[in-house]
Design a protein around this ligand. Structure first.
Ligand SMILES: [Zn+2]
Length: 318
């Protein structure tokens, strides 16, 4: 039927595989299918659509300012087209969706793509498709936890990206379909990461982060055991850190709480979660081993750990 269809799903919901199966069905019936997708960047093959399960098909890629109605009319005059399939339709411009709407007056136009971006907001193309489509359907998939995935998490180095452009060309990032609850957890983790990163610059500049104190009474009797009174920056660090929930407490890193042993831990290949757990344990040890944090900061050990966090975030994956 000559209709405009919008079939949306999250990342990993086999949208492209669905598009390719649909194409196959039409071809089997002897129909001429025009497959198209918007040109985003040159990272991947621009002449075909490829699904994760290994299916692929040749396709036409169009620029963001290309008139799709003109292109369709030209192609149709050369060889009559029966069906149009658009993959990654979220990247179409508003105008292009309106052109697809016009094409759909003559033949079925099936659009496959994401509904929302990594912030949970509608893409320009998807918004117009919601407004203009005759038929809207969801290609469902599950989150890692088993709930239905509704959000598209964008990850850089294993940490959710919480701000930036809608499309980051050339960035080595990964997308994952998540339920809202898991998305929120990843968001909290990312916020902690972003907070913690600023301490690299703060601690780098410091020679001393606190003073030893042992409160005594008028007649010099010690009221409290010696402890370190930390400066505002360290107190802020400790507070910011409280928000981080250790992911796998059962897989806690067994470390001796002596400064010597902590210094020995090599950071090579250590993950975000490993380091965060390590820091959480150090903060816990501080109660029984006063001054541990002071020594770790002043000797540059904590800085080394934080730099490793930064490094893994900027790498492909944790
Ligand atoms: Zn989930």
């Amino acid at each position: 039927m000559a209709k405009l269809y919008f079939k949306y799903g999250t990342m990993g919901s086999s949208k492209t595989a669905n598009a390719l199966m649909c194409r196959f069905n039409y071809i089997q019936k002897g129909m001429n299918v025009l497959v198209m997708k918007p040109k985003i960047d040159n990272r991947h093959s621009t002449s075909e659509i490829v699904s994760r399960i290994g299916l692929s098909a040749p396709c036409y890629t169009f620029a963001s300012n290309e008139n799709l109605l003109n292109f369709y009319e030209k192609e149709n005059s050369l060889s009559k087209i029966d069906v149009v399939i658009v993959d990654e339709c979220q990247f179409c411009s508003k105008k292009q969706v309106e052109q697809l709407r016009e094409i759909a007056e003559n033949l079925p136009v099936l659009c496959y793509g994401l509904l929302t971006n990594y912030k949970g907001e509608l893409f320009e193309g998807s918004k117009r498709l919601v407004e203009l489509s005759d038929s809207i359907s969801e290609i469902k998939t599950v989150c890692e936890c088993g709930r239905k995935a509704t959000m598209n998490g964008r990850f850089l180095g294993g940490v959710l990206v919480v701000e930036g452009k809608e499309i980051e060309i050339g960035a080595d990032e990964k997308y994952k379909g998540l339920c809202y609850s898991c998305f929120k957890k990843e968001q909290q983790k990312a916020n902690v990461y972003n907070k913690i990163l600023k301490y690299i610059n703060i601690f780098k500049e410091k020679d001393s982060v606190g003073e030893w104190s042992s409160d005594t009474s008028m007649d010099n009797i010690v009221l409290h055991k010696p402890h370190v009174v930390y400066d505002e920056d360290v107190q802020a660090f400790i507070n910011d850190f409280k928000e981080f929930q250790i992911k796998n407490p059962n897989e806690a890193i067994i470390v001796n709480n002596s400064l010597k042993d902590l210094k020995k831990i090599t950071m090579k290949d250590k993950s975000f979660d490993y380091i965060m757990t390590l820091i959480a344990y150090v903060l816990k040890f501080e109660k029984g081993t006063p001054g541990l944090l002071k020594a770790l900061i002043e000797e540059g050990v904590l800085l080394k750990w934080l730099k490793q966090v930064k490094k893994v975030i900027n790498q492909k994956s944790i």
